[in-house]
Design a protein around this ligand. Structure first.
Ligand code: PMP
Length: 359
């Protein structure tokens, strides 16, 4: 029998773990809490019936890219669709990094940047924002230079912190880095500022967007790469030919034709996020920053620090509420008003328990 050898890089990789148990309140994946809109159900059904199930999908997702281009005011030649922006991250990592090349990202940031870079044997360099989440563009650029980074990638708004990197700092990085600079704007709609308007000016700038958050289509797996012709041309060359399936192309097209639906989602999600942020800030005022520290957010979630984070995370799970825990930090995305209330009630109780206030 032939022997199977698993490479060291695969042996050592930490997989992306998804908790698949059913929770009454699910605030862990930064999804939209808003179900597919009733007013678009008929359009969706008609689109699903029209799909040619015996044929492969449009490899260029032409209609979808045109609609997304319209949505963000960009010509469709600068837009490429992916099976989630996740796939686009992998395509960029594969296309712009060779083994031993350096990828520069931020700590903390979305874990899949590191994941895909490790898979191809690239070196991962992280700019650590430290406890206070401070970003200094010159320090960042110094790391890019010293490590000869070929790919620079970060999210803004940042997942998991909810913070942003100001536009002038992003453009400074783009102007000064001899690297492809990828700005992951997955949470753009909750913030409102973008650097998408600069992609035809800077050939080394690329922007990632997704339909999984504000558009409310995480199930469909649709993301977009927006960049100048050189980057788009390279990405098209190496992407799997039929990467976005026909049903997903059709579903996303239905929603993207209704900007008013997306705008409505964004308003509801921002209202929910503000509700969470206010409640958490009140806890910070009551118990002090040492017990619970809340960070400003421009996304659909809130990031907090607490020495009792891990215990509170387990206690919430017991109560049927799932959020994310990263060491001493917790990330909670907004749910419906009812879900937020359930979370806040339980969270307040557990914070009080660990604050020593009852002692
Ligand atoms: N980028 C960031 C910053 C994210 O938070 C996520 C989703 N958690 C993604 C990309 C991946 O999104 P998609 O569903 O489009 O693959």
């Amino acid at each position: 029998m032939g022997r199977l050898l698993i490479s060291e890089k695969v042996e050592n990789i930490k997989p992306y773990i998804v908790d698949k148990r059913e929770y009454e309140v699910k605030l862990d994946a930064n999804e939209s809490f808003i179900p597919f809109p009733k007013v678009l159900e008929n359009e969706l059904k008609e689109a699903a019936v029209r799909v040619l199930y015996n044929r492969y999908p449009d490899p260029d997702a032409e209609e979808l890219c045109r609609l997304y281009g319209d949505y963000c005011g960009i010509a469709s030649k600068y837009v490429m669709a992916g099976n989630g922006s996740d796939e686009l991250i992998q395509i960029l990592v594969n296309g712009f990094l060779d083994k031993e090349d350096s990828l520069l990202t931020i700590k903390p940031d979305f874990s899949m940047y590191k994941f895909y870079a490790s898979l191809i044997g690239a070196k991962v360099v992280e700019y650590d924002m430290g406890e206070d989440l401070v970003f200094d563009r010159d320090g960042f650029m110094e790391m890019a230079r010293v490590n000869n980074a070929k790919l620079v990638i970060f999210s803004s708004p940042n997942n998991p912190t909810g913070g942003i990197i100001p536009r002038e700092d992003i453009l400074y990085i783009v102007q000064n880095a001899d690297a492809l600079v990828v700005v992951d704007e997955a949470y753009f709609e909750f913030y409102g500022e973008t650097v998408i308007d600069k992609i035809s000016e800077y050939e080394n700038l690329a922007v990632l967007r997704t339909c999984s958050k504000a558009v409310g289509l995480a199930a469909a797996r649709v993301g977009f790469l927006i960049a100048g012709e050189k980057v788009i041309g390279s990405a098209r060359k190496i992407k799997p030919p039929f990467n976005v399936n026909s049903l997903s192309q059709a579903a996303a097209a239905v929603v993207l034709k209704h900007r008013e639906v997306i705008d409505g989602n964004v308003e509801q999600i921002k209202t929910g996020r503000d509700m969470l942020y206010r409640a958490l800030t009140e806890l910070q005022i009551t118990y002090g920053k040492e017990i619970i520290r809340v960070f400003p957010t421009y996304a659909n979630f809130v990031y907090v620090k607490s020495p009792a984070a891990a215990q509170i995370f387990e206690e919430l799970k017991e109560a049927g509420i799932i959020i994310r825990c990263f060491g001493d930090y917790l990330r909670i995305n907004t749910g419906s008003t009812k879900e937020n209330e359930l979370f806040i009630d339980n969270f307040s109780k557990f914070v009080r328990l660990h604050s020593g206030a009852d002692a």
